[in-house]
Ligand binder design. Structure first.
Ligand SMILES: [Zn+2]
Length: 304
């Protein structure tokens, strides 16, 4: 039995998991500091209309604002500090100007890494506020505290915190490590393939979820589940945890529910098909791409 050589955890950069700002949690409850910092001309604020925010025309940067350029009302979220500059989001019902407003999903491949890291934080909280209007225990009204990071029930005082839903995403290789397993969903454009992925069940470990999801989706048994890295994926609130796993069986039986087709690829097949366009690999910002290229051993052409 040959054990494939998996890359060491942390050896590959994973986009969106960059550390873009210091979150300085103690400032979230420092009302005097927050009130004094908000109107400072150096403070940078991004207005967010649920999921949409202003960007430059080419989508390469967020259009940051100062407090005096923005409405006085709206929920203020303190994101953190970077290079001595304080960053906030202001949650609004509507865009405030005629310039380009977009979603993170639309610009995730073009926006600068520091802005992407800040917007992952901002949009995750804006979406959380939009979808959590009432207390889940008593139905009471909720009040935002901790600069947007905690919701407190006005009736029963129960606190709610933002959630991240763990999902596993895995690069499955055969016994030799020479072939990798990719699958595709029926709704995807022709040729698009990606690593398998799925949500973690309640009470289930990450490693168990990898084994179960691969068996359910493609009928392949895996072992040697090895951690790779992780990435926030705020669409709307996932944390993608990446693994390598070694298959002990190779016969594929797709479930035809989540997965329509799955195939084994050698490195040569993957490169040739990615070059001629018959295989379309995941985008550069996704941990799926990082997993594929970590196994392949370098960059591959094309993406969606
Ligand atoms: Zn309540």
């Amino acid at each position: 039995m040959t054990v494939p050589h998996f890359p060491a955890p942390g050896s590959t950069d994973i986009a969106l998991s960059v550390r873009s700002h210091e979150r300085v949690g103690e400032r979230r409850v420092d009302e005097a500091w927050l009130a004094a910092t908000w109107p400072e001309p150096t403070t940078r604020i991004v207005p967010v209309a649920v999921t949409r925010f202003p960007v430059t025309a080419d989508g390469a940067a967020v259009r940051w604002h100062t407090a005096e350029e923005l409405p006085a009302e709206g929920l203020r979220i303190f994101l953190g500090v970077s290079d001595g500059v304080a960053y906030f989001a202001l949650v609004l019902a509507q865009p405030t100007d005629e310039g380009r407003w977009t979603t993170l999903r639309e610009v995730v491949h073009t926006v600068s890494k520091p802005d992407a890291g800040l917007m992952v934080h901002a949009v995750a909280l804006a979406e959380w506020h939009a979808s959590h209007r009432f207390c889940p225990r008593c139905g009471g009204a909720l009040r935002s505290t901790a600069a947007g990071h905690v919701l407190v029930c006005e009736e029963c005082a129960r606190q709610q915190f933002p959630r991240s839903d763990p999902a596993v995403i895995m690069m499955v290789t055969d016994e030799s490590g020479d072939r990798a397993l990719l699958g595709r969903q029926a709704a995807w454009p022709a040729g698009r393939f990606s690593t398998l992925a799925g949500f973690v069940d309640p009470g289930e470990s990450l490693e168990e979820a990898v084994v179960r999801e691969v068996a359910e989706e493609v009928g392949v048994q895996v072992t040697d589940v090895t951690y790779f890295g992780n990435q926030p994926w705020p669409f709307p609130q996932s944390l993608m945890v990446g693994f390598f796993a070694r298959a002990t069986t190779t016969e594929i039986n797709v479930d035809q529910d989540e997965i329509e087709d799955a195939r084994w690829f050698t490195r040569e097949q993957m490169r040739a098909q990615a070059e001629d366009g018959t295989l379309v690999l995941p985008g550069g910002i996704s941990i799926s791409r990082s997993l594929v290229e970590a196994w392949y051993g370098g960059p591959l052409p094309g993406s969606w």
